[in-house]
Design a binder for this molecule. Structure first.
Ligand SMILES: *Cc1c(COP(=O)(O)O)cnc(C)c1O
Length: 390
C-alpha cells in the first residue's frame, strides 16, 4: 500500500501553458499568466485585486511589514501553526506573543480577549504589553487546516485594541462563511491583509507561490512594489526603498491558472472523503475526527484524527508508526512554536489545550486524488490496529 498524506493533483493540460512560457521566453517575474492568475484568485474569493508572490512566507513577510510591524514591536500569534506564519515577525525585528488554541485548533479567542484586557493597556501610541512595555502592533490568525476562525470576533477584538490583522489563509483557500456577519465572505478577505499559499501540499499548487489580498489597494500596490526590488524607475534603476525579489514567476502562475479552475472540484472530493472517513471513524471506539466550524463552508484541507489511548488501546505515536509501516502516510500536529528553539524565551499565554493536541492528534491522508477505496483501506487499518491494542 502507498497512500500519501497530501500530494498535488496536477494535470498534463498545464503543459500547454508551460509551452507558451518557453516559446515566448516569459519564464520569470513578468508575463501574462501572473495577472491572469491574480485575477482568477481575486474573482474566486470575491475581491478586487490580489498580488502574486513566490511563497506564502514571502507574502507574510510583506504583510507584517506593510502593516507597520518593526523592531521592538510585538505581534500576537498562535502557537499551533506552521512556523512560516511566525518567522517573518522575527525577520522584522519584532517578537511574537503566543496564544493557545481552542478545540477547533484555531486561536482561543477567549484567552486572547483575556490576555489583552488583563495584561495590556490601551495607550495613545497603541496597545501596550504591561510586562514588556512594548507595543503590540498586530495579531496573526491562522485558519488551521482550512477551518475558518470566527473572524467577526477577531475583528471586534482587533478594533477594540487597535491591532492590525494578518489573516493567514494559506491553508484555507476555498473556505468561506455561510452564516453571521461575514456570510458569503472568504477566509483571507476580512483582515487587513490576507495570505494564500500554493506550496505543493496546499489545496492547489503552483510548485511554490503565494498571494496577498486586501481591501486596501494602496497596500497592495506597495506589496507589488516591494516584491520587485522597489524599483521606482524601471529604466534607470532608481530605488527609493529596500525591496525584495518576491514576485511570483510566470511559470508558477501558469500552473495556477489551470489549478484554480479545479478548486471547487478539489473541495468536493475533500468533503466526500471527509464524510466517508467520519462515518466509519466515529464508530471506532477511541478515535474521533475533528469537526469543522459550523456556519462555514470549509475547504476540508486536512483531516485531524484524535486518538484516545485509553479507549483505542494504543497511543498516537504507536498508531503513527503502524500506519507508516503499512504504507499509509500520517503525521502529528506541528510542534508548538512556543517550544521551538528560536522562540522558547518569547511570551506564551496559558498554553494548555495545544499541548493535548500536539500529543494526541494525527493527520491522515487527504489528497484530492484520494479514492473512496483508499479511504476504506485506511479505515480498515484503523479498525484492525484497535483490535491489536485489546
Ligand atoms: C504553508 C503555510 C505557510 C507558508 O506558505 P509557503 O508557501 O510554504 O511559504 C504559512 N502559514 C501556514 C499556516 C501554512 O500552512
Amino acid at each position: 500500500m502507498n497512500i500519501p498524506l497530501s500530494v498535488p493533483n496536477l494535470s498534463l493540460d498545464i503543459l500547454n501553458n508551460i509551452k507558451e512560457c518557453i516559446e515566448t521566453g516569459w519564464v520569470s517575474t513578468g508575463g501574462r499568466f501572473i495577472n491572469e492568475f491574480e485575477n482568477k484568485i481575486a474573482d474566486y474569493i470575491g475581491i478586487e485585486e490580489a498580488v502574486g508572490v513566490q511563497s506564502g512566507t514571502a507574502a507574510l513577510h510583506l504583510a507584517y511589514q506593510l502593516l507597520g510591524v518593526g523592531p521592538g514591536d510585538e505581534v500576537i500569534a498562535p502557537t499551533v501553526t506552521f512556523i512560516a506564519a511566525i518567522n517573518p515577525i522575527t525577520y522584522l525585528g519584532a517578537k511574537p506573543i503566543f496564544m493557545d488554541c481552542d478545540d477547533s485548533l484555531n486561536m482561543d479567542l477567549d484567552k486572547l480577549d483575556e490576555f489583552l484586557s488583563s495584561q495590556c493597556e490601551i495607550t495613545p501610541s497603541g496597545t501596550k504589553n504591561k510586562k514588556t512595555g512594548k507595543i503590540i502592533k498586530a495579531i496573526c490568525v491562522v485558519h488551521v487546516f482550512g477551518n475558518p476562525i470566527d473572524m467577526a470576533r477577531v475583528m471586534e477584538i482587533a478594533q477594540k485594541y487597535k491591532l492590525k490583522v494578518v489573516e493567514d489563509a494559506t491553508e484555507a483557500l476555498g473556505s468561506f462563511y455561510t452564516k453571521g456577519k461575514y456570510k458569503g465572505k472568504h477566509a483571507g478577505t476580512i483582515g487587513d491583509i490576507g495570505i494564500y499559499s500554493f506550496n505543493a501540499n496546499k489545496i492547489l499548487t503552483t510548485g511554490g507561490g503565494g498571494m496577498i489580498v486586501s481591501s486596501d489597494n494602496d497596500l497592495l500596490e506597495k506589496a507589488r512594489f516591494l516584491s520587485v526590488q522597489a524599483k521606482t524607475d524601471p529604466l534607470y534603476f532608481k530605488h527609493d526603498d529596500i525591496g525584495y525579489n518576491y514576485r511570483l514567476t510566470n511559470i508558477a502562475a501558469a500552473f495556477g491558472t489551470e489549478q484554480i479552475d479545479k478548486l471547487e472540484e478539489f473541495v468536493e472530493i475533500k468533503k466526500r472523503n471527509y464524510n466517508l472517513y467520519q462515518e466509519i471513524i466515529n464508530k471506532i471506539d477511541g478515535l474521533e475526527l475533528l469537526a469543522f466550524n459550523k456556519g462555514t463552508r470549509p475547504n476540508y484541507w486536512f483531516y485531524s484524527l484524535i486518538v484516545d489511548k485509553d479507549k483505542y488501546g494504543i497511543n498516537r505515536d504507536k498508531l503513527l508508526c503502524e500506519l507508516n509501516e503499512v504504507g499509509i502516510q500520517a503525521r502529528p500536529l506541528w510542534g508548538l512554536i512556543s517550544r521551538q528553539k528560536p522562540y522558547q524565551d518569547c511570551e506564551a499565554y496559558k498554553i494548555n489545550k495545544a499541548k493535548y493536541y500536539v500529543d494526541n492528534l494525527l493527520n491522515i491522508p487527504c489528497s484530492t486524488n484520494l479514492t473512496k477505496e483508499e479511504v476504506c483501506q485506511v479505515v480498515d487499518k484503523l479498525k484492525s490496529f484497535r483490535a491489536k491494542g485489546d
